[in-house]
Design a protein around this ligand. Structure first.
Ligand code: CMC
Length: 442
């Protein structure tokens, strides 16, 4: 990735201890500027301090761009609205990983590879029997994905030569693992993948087919799932993607890097939020629908409660994914002739919050997780599988970022610096003489 042509004539000036240093400024495709501080420590002896990397760009990337102020998102230059309306999840996965939309032939080959690798090694299937009942599906998913590196080690040495195979294998196997983990949690027999089904139809069939009651594929549900996965497919350098890059930066294989990303996604501040939204809406509904109490709790500086599904590190405007999902939610419920009081509740909360000064001043809008759970629930996916669904959707993004990093000549092992604030030097006290606590800080 040649960044020389991004360097602007303008320089940033930094004065420390009376000395002024000039730092290069780089410009993105959309004109955003980044100050290149890679020579800072060498030249000044200083590092930067940036908790949560709020202002730190960790790489240059050509995959996804989101404008948090405008509330827009695009993958490889295509607006998310167009991709969600026109493409399947498999096409979008191909786009993210390979940089361009596939031709018919390329798409056929990609799907062919995915069908070829959809089955899981039978020995891996037995692993499911050993997880205790009630195991969190995200823990099963991250363990099983890491285990792929033991079953398919041939991919580890020449990753970029094998990337198409690894990507197809991961996309199809993670789908199978996700469905199997659900079946196992219910104690039901496994349904194996079917090559005659599309990606999403195959997943739904593996989830819900039973020998006594065969699953009937419903195109409305397949279409909703396709859209949900597309909307989650990538989102710049978010927590899980940065984890995949950081772990991968130590030359860790793709499966292990993705397994780490799955663990990062698990947290309620990231991918776990969609489950937390449903739990919150269900609780409010059960308590009689008094959402105002929860809005007040969210605003109370002495209460740690947050209105889950609201706010975003980057979007300070509507999250475009949330707008698409709100519409999709209505469409799905209407077409399936379902009603869900949680949708009405969610809409009321959104309306009230968007008029409330607390949320307006802090630019807190509904994010991707606010409506996705209601759709998942309506198509039969239980709450504890929501984050697994997020992982399934985010997978092509993680693969694309891992591949981009391997391909980038600027890539270095990730190793942030710190500001050390511990004691300078302490007097060692032998174990028998250690008595008082204040020794700890002497
Ligand atoms: N409810 C109430 N107050 C909030 C919320 C919320 N959901 N989110 C942020 N705030 C307040 C926060 O208390 C702070 O107020 P003050 O300035 O008075 O201290 C202010 O808004 C800024 O918040 P922040 O924590 O500094 O913002 P952040 O960028 O570090 O956090 C966030 C972003 C997504 C973690 C946060 O908005 C949050 O916890 N939201 C709820 C969890 C959630 O929905 N997560 C899913 C994120 S989207 C999925 C994804 O892309 O991973």
């Amino acid at each position: 990735m040649d960044l020389k042509k991004r360097v602007m004539a303008e320089k940033a000036k930094l004065t420390i201890d009376g000395e002024t240093y000039e730092l290069p400024v780089l410009e993105s495709t959309f004109g955003d500027k980044a100050i290149d501080i890679s020579s800072l420590r060498q030249r000044t002896g200083c590092v930067t301090l940036d908790y949560g990397y709020m202002n730190t760009g960790s790489c240059a990337s050509a995959i996804t761009y989101l404008d948090g102020k405008q509330g827009t998102l695009n993958y490889r230059g295509y607006p998310i609205e167009t991709l969600a309306a026109e493409c399947s999840f498999v096409e979008v996965s191909y786009l993210l990983i390979n940089g361009c939309l596939p031709t018919e032939n390329e798409l056929r080959n990609f799907k062919g590879m995915m069908n070829k690798y959809a089955l899981m090694h039978e020995d891996m299937v037995h692993f499911f029997d050993r997880f205790p009942a009630g195991s969190p599906p995200m823990s099963i998913l991250s363990s099983m994905v890491n285990t792929l590196s033991a079953f398919y080690p041939e991919m580890i040495n020449n990753p970029l030569e094998q990337i198409d195979k690894m990507a197809a294998r991961l996309l199809s196997k993670v789908r199978t693992i996700a469905a199997f983990s659900y079946k196992k949690s219910l104690g039901q027999p496994l349904t194996y993948p079917r090559p005659d089904y599309s990606y999403c139809a195959n997943f739904l069939n593996m989830m819900f087919d039973l020998p006594v009651s065969p699953y009937e594929v419903n195109p409305v549900i397949v279409n909703a799932l396709d859209k949900l996965l597309i909307l989650h497919a990538d989102h710049e350098q978010n927590c899980s993607t940065s984890t995949v890059r950081l772990v991968g930066s130590a030359h860790v294989n793709l499966y292990a890097s993705i397994s780490a990303g799955i663990s990062a996604l698990w947290g309620p501040l990231h991918g776990g939020a969609n489950q937390a939204v449903m739990d919150m809406l269900e609780r409010i509904h059960l308590e009689g629908g008094n959402y105002k109490k929860y809005i007040d709790k969210a605003k109370d500086p002495n209460d740690s409660f947050r209105l889950v599904g609201f706010g975003h590190r980057v979007y300070k405007n509507h999250d475009p994914r949330s707008r698409i999902l709100k519409k999709l939610c209505d469409e799905v419920l209407q077409t399936l002739n379902l009603s869900n009081p949680l949708l009405d509740l969610a809409k009321e909360i959104e309306e009230v919050a968007l008029r409330d000064d607390y949320f307006v001043e802090r630019h807190l809008y509904p994010n991707v997780d606010f409506y996705s759970g209601i759709i998942y629930k309506s198509i039969g996916i239980p709450n504890d599988m929501f984050t697994v669904m997020f992982a399934l959707g985010r997978l092509p993004g993680w693969i694309a970022h891992w591949k981009e990093m391997w391909d980038d000549e600027n890539w270095r092992i990730g190793r942030p610096r710190q500001l050390y604030i511990g004691p300078k030097q302490r007097r060692f006290v032998a174990i028998g003489d250690r008595k008082v606590c204040d020794e700890r800080f002497s």
